[in-house]
Structures are given as structure tokens and as C-alpha cells.
Design a protein around this ligand. Structure first.
Ligand code: HEM
Length: 495
């Protein structure tokens, strides 16, 4: 065969390639990208240096170094992709207030694989986001949660009594993880059977580890163990969900019983009514069960652990919290004597725990459970004079407003009174412990009630001291005490 046609084809392809390259270069050189370093290694970029700094609780320094060098908007390469960090209140407002059609939350590969492709974080920016969020919110709104306060109170009290019986030391993080998992299982998901809860607790433990592991799906890897655990979770939950769907259909189960039933009832209703909105599918319910369990219990456990730490460190704050909680007990006694509500906390009691809640808010201002999080540009966009091309990641950072002197006066000082809304107004997009804008945490009210109920029982039952007074903070995604925060418990009856 003559070589001429082959040469012609090769030349044409080469010319086309060169033409495209020049066009791309021209296009790119007309763009203005933020300053910054993409690291030396392709794909890895600056991921290792960021993750190491983050783990050692030097994430803030890592960001501040780059802000000093490149400005409040800088580029880097993280988790396999070009990433723009946007700091400060106006920048945070841009990121968190952006429509999901422009910037959508997307999780790194390992997290998305564990939570499933239909989870709320992954589907934002698609038409499935709104019906799913609505289904969850129908249970998580305050007027529905009110009805569950008593049950939560009984459950928390019983679990704390049981888990501390005969013990004078507990490891706070594992104690709180089990407690918040228990509350989430029963109240959020209606799982009342202890052995199912225990089995799920173990499986979710593998899932957590896998979410932050290297994405290698080979036998024996942490990621593979998480994927297998997820499969077992699905196998455990599917028959439970099928049974519950039947009960809702027959009218023997109130769909407002828990968030899982809310999602299942929408599936049932939409399927029966032939609604034009596509019904929520079983796959969507299961993925969002996994995502909600992960979103709900670990963050609450981390927050409670740091509040316990703070209360052990700061006697004045601790005394103020104790005073408020003891007054709730006093009021309850008076209520009972007057023939009112029987034993136990009710919604009205929780609403009075204003100081304790301000302490929690201040703890998560100083130690935000989420350092920040990713968005992905769904289309080309720009901010602050810089272009952000489609596909690039954008990262918002909580401390950049939490530690800003212009927003929080003397930000290094621990001062719960900043959250007293009568004397202070915190500008929008400044306090980011629970996010802000379109994706603000839907579990905030649940987390608030849970934290207050747990703290009520802890401070009215015990005094405590830290086993290691200088325990360090380490971060995976969430902030954990390096040694799990062991504390010595002294029962109040023996104080
Ligand atoms: C103290 C505990 C909690 C903290 C600190 C927390 C924090 C956050 C933050 C910072 C976000 C925003 C993430 C972003 O914009 O990228 C968020 C979103 C979310 N949280 Fe929470 N959360 C907590 C408890 C809960 C609970 C109890 C639930 C469920 C019952 C929950 C469910 C969610 C969901 C589903 C979203 C995504 C909302 C959306 O994209 O529309 N969280 N949370």
C-alpha cells in the first residue's frame, strides 16, 4: 500500500491537534485565573501537604500562608483536581449562595462511593435534589421534632445511666459516638431493635474509615472493606424498608414516625397517585439513609466531645451551664408539684437552655466541625475578577470568617455571649458551623435538641476532669481529640 494516504491522514490529524492546542491556549490566555501553585506532581498536586496540615490541625496556617502569598482567592490542586480557595465573608457568600446549577456540592470519590450516587450531596444541581431534601425536612422541622423530645430524653438518660454504671472513667469520643448513633437509629430511622443497631454501628465504622482512605478497591484495602460494609447495610435495611412501606400503605404506621418513613411514604404516595413528580425510589431512600446516618451522628459526637472538653477546662463556663441546667430541674419539680407534665424534659425545657446552646455555638465557632467543603463548578463562572472554569473545584473555609476580627470581636476569646441575639447581630455567611445558603444543614434543629438533652444529663449527673490535660486535636474530616478524650467521672450524688 502506498504511504501517501497514510501520510496525508497523519498530517491532517497533527494539524487539527495543533490547531486545537493553539485555540485552547488563546482561549486560556484570555482568562484570568487566581494566583497559586498547582504543586509539582500531576493529579496529587498539593493534596498531601494539605491533608498532612489538616491532620495536624494546621489547616488554618496552610491556608493563611497562601493567602499571604497570593491573596484571599488562590488556586491549588487538591484531591485530583484544580481547586480555587475563596476566603472571607463576601467570598463565602458567593460560594454558599451560588445556585446549584453554577456551583454544586460534590464529594470526593471515596465518600460518594460509600454514600451512594443518589445521596443528597451528589444530586444537588439535578431535579432529584428538591424532592429528596423536602422529604427529609418534613421530619426534621421543629414542630415535628417537638413531639420527639420526651422520647429522646428518656433514651439519652437510660443510655447514659447504662453506659456509665460502675465506671469512673469513660473515653468521651467513643461514648458520644455510640450515644448519638443510638439516638439517630431510633429517632431518625425508627430502628428499635438493639441487635440491628449494633450490627449497623459496626458496619458504619468500616464505612467511616473507607470514606477517608485511598481509593483502591482491592481485597484487604480499607476502601474495599467499606464498600462491602455498605453492601451489608443495604442487605440489612432493604427488608426493614419493604416491611415499613407495607405498614405505611396499610395505615398501621404513621409516615411521620421518622425520616426514613417520611421518605418511604413519599415513594408510596407518589407511586399510588401517579404524581407527575417522579416518586422517590428505593435506591434513593437507601443512599440517603446511609448519607444521613453519616451526616447526623459523627458530627454531633465530635461537637459534644469538644463541649465536654471545654467544660472541663473552664470552670466559670461549666458553673454557668450547671446553674442553667439545675434551674431546669427545679422548674420541672415545681411543674410536677403543680400537677403539670410528669418526669422528663419537654420541648419548653430545651427552649430555655439558651446559655448552654450559646456555649455549644461558641465551641463550634472556635473548633468548627467542618473545616470547609468543596463545590464543583457546573459551568464556567467567575469571582473577584478571576475565572473559574467548568469542572474546577471551589473550597470555602469556615475559620476565615469565624476568626475574623471585623466579624467576631476579639475572635480568639471564648465568649458565648456573642450569640446572644439581643445584643449582637451576626451577619449572614459569617457563622458557618452548620453551613449557610442553599445547603445549610437540615439537621441543625435535631443536632441542637440532641446536644442540649445530652448535656443536661451529663452536667446534672456528673462532674468530670480530663485524664490528659493537654490532649491535642487531630483532624480527619472532623476534629477529634488525639487520645479520644478520656475523662474521670464523679457522680454528683457523691460530690
Ligand atoms: C452538630 C452536628 C452537625 C454539624 C456540625 C453539621 C454541619 C453541616 C454543615 C457545615 C453543612 C453544610 C455543608 C456544605 O455546605 O458543604 C451540613 C449540611 C447537611 N447536614 Fe449537617 N451537621 C450536623 C448535624 C446534622 C444532622 C443531625 C443531620 C441529619 C439529621 C444533618 C444532615 C445534613 C444534610 C443532609 C446536609 C446537606 C444539605 C444540603 O445539601 O441541602 N446534619 N451540615
Amino acid at each position: 500500500m502506498s504511504t501517501f494516504p497514510v501520510l496525508m491522514i497523519v498530517s491532517a490529524v497533527t494539524l487539527l491537534f495543533l490547531f486545537r492546542l493553539v485555540r485552547k491556549h488563546k482561549r486560556d490566555s484570555s482568562k484570568s485565573y487566581p494566583k497559586g501553585s498547582m504543586g509539582f506532581l500531576p493529579v496529587i498536586g498539593e493534596s498531601l501537604s494539605f491533608v498532612n496540615a489538616h491532620k495536624a490541625n494546621r489547616g488554618q496556617e496552610w491556608v493563611e500562608e497562601r493567602v499571604a502569598k497570593y491573596g484571599p482567592i488562590f488556586k491549588t490542586s487538591l484531591m485530583g483536581g484544580p481547586t480555587v480557595f475563596i476566603t472571607g465573608r463576601a467570598g463565602t457568600k458567593f460560594v454558599l449562595g451560588a445556585e446549584t446549577e453554577v456551583l454544586a456540592p460534590r464529594q470526593p470519590f471515596t465518600i460518594a462511593a460509600i454514600m451512594g450516587k443518589h445521596n443528597l450531596f451528589e444530586v444537588s444541581g439535578t431535579k432529584r435534589y428538591k424532592p429528596l431534601r423536602r422529604a427529609m425536612m418534613s421530619f426534621l422541622k421543629p414542630d415535628i421534632l417537638q413531639g420527639h423530645t420526651k422520647l429522646m430524653d428518656n433514651m439519652v438518660k437510660a443510655r447514659i445511666d447504662n453506659e456509665t454504671k460502675g465506671k469512673d472513667t469513660i473515653t468521651t469520643i467513643s461514648f458520644m459516638k455510640k450515644l448519638t448513633f443510638h439516638v439517630a437509629s431510633q429517632i431518625l430511622f425508627g430502628i428499635a431493635d438493639d441487635s440491628t443497631e449494633e450490627a449497623l454501628y459496626k458496619e458504619f465504622g468500616y464505612c467511616f474509615e473507607a470514606m477517608w482512605s485511598a481509593p483502591f478497591n482491592f481485597p484487604g484495602t480499607t476502601f474495599r472493606k467499606g464498600i462491602q460494609a455498605r453492601k451489608r447495610i443495604v442487605n440489612t435495611m432493604l427488608p426493614i424498608m419493604e416491611k415499613r412501606k407495607e405498614q405505611i400503605k396499610k395505615g398501621t404506621l404513621n409516615p411521620m414516625n421518622d425520616v426514613l418513613s417520611c421518605m418511604l411514604s413519599l415513594e408510596t404516595e407518589a407511586a399510588e397517585n401517579g404524581d407527575h413528580e417522579e416518586p422517590i425510589t428505593m435506591n434513593e431512600v437507601i443512599d440517603n439513609f446511609v448519607a444521613l446516618m453519616i451526616a447526623s451522628h459523627d458530627s454531633s459526637a465530635a461537637v459534644l466531645t469538644w463541649v465536654i472538653w471545654k467544660l472541663a477546662k473552664d470552670r466559670e463556663i461549666y458553673d454557668n451551664v450547671v446553674r442553667e441546667q439545675m434551674s431546669i430541674i427545679e422548674e420541672r419539680k415545681q411543674r410536677q408539684e403543680g400537677g403539670g407534665e410528669a418526669d422528663g424534659l419537654i420541648w419548653g425545657d430545651v427552649s430555655k437552655m439558651k446559655y448552654t446552646w450559646r456555649v455549644v455555638q461558641e465551641v463550634v465557632r472556635v473548633i468548627p466541625p467542618f473545616f470547609g467543603s468543596f463545590r464543583t463548578a457546573i459551568k464556567d463562572t467567575s469571582y473577584g475578577g478571576y475565572d473559574i472554569p467548568k469542572g474546577w473545584q471551589v473550597f470555602w473555609v469556615a475559620f476565615s470568617t469565624h476568626m475574623n476580627n471585623d466579624i467576631f470581636n476579639d475572635p480568639a476569646k471564648f465568649d458565648p455571649s456573642r450569640f446572644d441575639s439581643k445584643s449582637n447581630i451576626i451577619p449572614p455567611y459569617s457563622y458557618l458551623a452548620f453551613g449557610a445558603g442553599h445547603h445549610i444543614c437540615i439537621g441543625l434543629e435535631f443536632a441542637r435538641v440532641e446536644a442540649l438533652v445530652v448535656l443536661h444529663h451529663m452536667v446534672t449527673k456528673f462532674e468530670w476532669s480530663l485524664v490528659n490535660s493537654d490532649e491535642k486535636l487531630t483532624r480527619l474530616a472532623l476534629p477529634y481529640p488525639e487520645m479520644g478524650l478520656p475523662i474521670n467521672l464523679i457522680s454528683r450524688s457523691s460530690c
